[in-house]
Design a binder for this molecule. Structure first.
Ligand code: GLC
Length: 429
């Protein structure tokens, strides 16, 4: 076990090493660009020791925003031949700065609210938030307009990578129905990480089919909504979007009091009314819905408990989820596994099928804290501290042994450790 000051400087060094002059790459080699939800988490870490750098991270992210409001999942700021599918694969859509054509869980508004509330330099924060807010408003309006044109209250996602939980078994059935791309290509991820931790080839062929599909449809929202062979109501995205919109409303009330945001308030009401549609009676859990088959997907993953983070629940429902977490984490000393251990697809080392992710553990504790569910919260916190103390900053961890897996010197793990794990240790030691 390392000393606290050693862990802090290691985490700061990880962010500095992965800093590309304004944006933070997740890790060298495997992920050499700026990723959307990673950046939000990185900003929290940067704020603990370099506040201007935290704001800069977000400015670099919104540089990639599309005219329709979408903030993409990857911004390809500079060239790199280490990643596939890179900018040449996604298509440009009249843009000079290449990006992907899908988004990622919209943490941004919540991150901005947190940075603002915790800023040491309040006048700089006010300036930054005023500058960022119009783009974030456009981003949330894009989600509700383009991804829920029928106003169901539950936005749709079009690619497993949009969920951020890329390789979750929850997507298997829906992805199996997507055709496989029939062109030759060369994967780069297997050059960086063992193949037993990465997706299978058949899955990769389908990921790529979807990338081509968006491009071939000229990124047209209506055509994609009607014809995309993969359409999911993802309880993770839905919860994170909802929480983000609540935080966005708070920011707008503070900084842009004349802005009419009734549309956003109505959107949140629709989501609250529609969420019960994702409750699976048999599994007694929230699950995702496949819109192609119009059936719930009965696979319990960490997304299933994110309605806690989304502040979407009544206290009695929150209690049920907290009890579920209390049992789930028993026997998992190194964090909540991304897939419930009772699922047949549970696989402790393959990414999103079992490993524990530090930032997801943090999101869930945020929800538990909000609902006063301290037992489950403490169990996750203890497990998360153990990982950082014993293993350092990996992309994800074996939930039973804590073995670090995936990329090493990983930015969002270091960042969330600085913001969350290392701070309470400091105050209690
Ligand atoms: C993987 C993860 C995704 C993350 C990205 C960069 O693709 O599944 O959530 O944003 O890596 O860290």
């Amino acid at each position: 076990m390392k000393a606290l000051n050693e862990l802090i400087s290691l985490a700061q060094d990880t962010l500095r090493d992965n800093d590309r002059g304004g944006y933070t790459i997740p890790t060298k080699g495997l992920y050499p660009f700026q990723w959307n939800w990673d950046s939000g988490i990185c900003a929290l870490g940067w704020q603990t020791f370099d506040e201007p750098r935290a704001w800069k991270e977000l400015h670099y992210l919104v540089k990639g925003q599309w005219d329709n409001g979408m903030i993409p999942h990857i911004i390809f700021h500079g060239p790199s031949d280490e990643y596939f599918p890179g900018p040449d694969q996604w298509g440009l859509k009249d843009r000079s700065l290449p990006t992907t054509s899908i988004s990622q869980p919209p943490l941004l508004a919540t991150i901005i609210r947190t940075l603002d509330e915790q800023a040491r330099d309040q006048s700089a924060a006010a300036r930054e938030v005023r500058h960022l807010l119009p783009g974030i408003l456009a981003y949330h309006r894009w989600w509700y307009r383009d991804r829920d044109p029928e106003q169901t209250g539950l936005v749709v996602s079009y690619h497993p990578w949009e969920s951020g939980m890329d390789n979750s078994p929850a997507w298997d059935g829906a992805l199996d129905r997507v055709p496989r791309v029939d062109r030759e290509y060369h994967r780069r991820d297997l050059e960086h990480v063992d193949h037993d931790q990465r997706p299978l080839q058949a899955q990769y062929d389908r990921y790529l089919y979807l990338v081509d599909f968006f491009k071939n449809n000229d990124f047209d929202s209506t055509a994609i909504y009607e014809n995309c062979p993969y359409r999911i109501q993802d309880v993770g995205i839905i919860s994170i979007l909802h929480r983000g919109t609540l935080d966005l409303i708070t920011l707008v009330e503070k900084y842009l009091p004349d802005e009419d945001i009734n549309d956003l308030r109505e959107a949140t009401e629709r989501t609250v009314s529609a969420l019960p549609g994702l409750w699976h009676k048999g599994r007694q859990a929230y699950v995702n819905r496949d819109l192609i088959t119009d059936k719930q997907i009965p696979v319990v993953t960490t997304a299933s408990v994110l309605p806690l983070y989304g502040k979407l629940l009544e206290p009695d429902q929150a209690r049920i989820l907290a009890q579920q977490i209390e049992q789930w984490i028993d026997g998992q000393p190194c964090g909540l596994s991304s897939t419930h251990p009772d699922e047949p697809e549970f696989d402790a080392k393959r990414y999103w099928r079992g490993p524990s992710w530090l930032h997801v553990n943090w999101l869930i504790t945020q929800g538990l804290q909000y609902y006063g569910e301290t037992l489950a919260q403490e169990k996750i916190e203890t497990a998360s501290r153990r990982i950082v103390d014993d293993h350092g900053y990996w992309e994800y961890y074996h939930p039973l042994t804590g073995e670090g897996c995936g990329g090493s010197n990983f930015s969002w793990t270091a960042a969330i450790a600085l913001y969350w794990i290392l701070d309470p240790i400091r105050t209690s030691s």
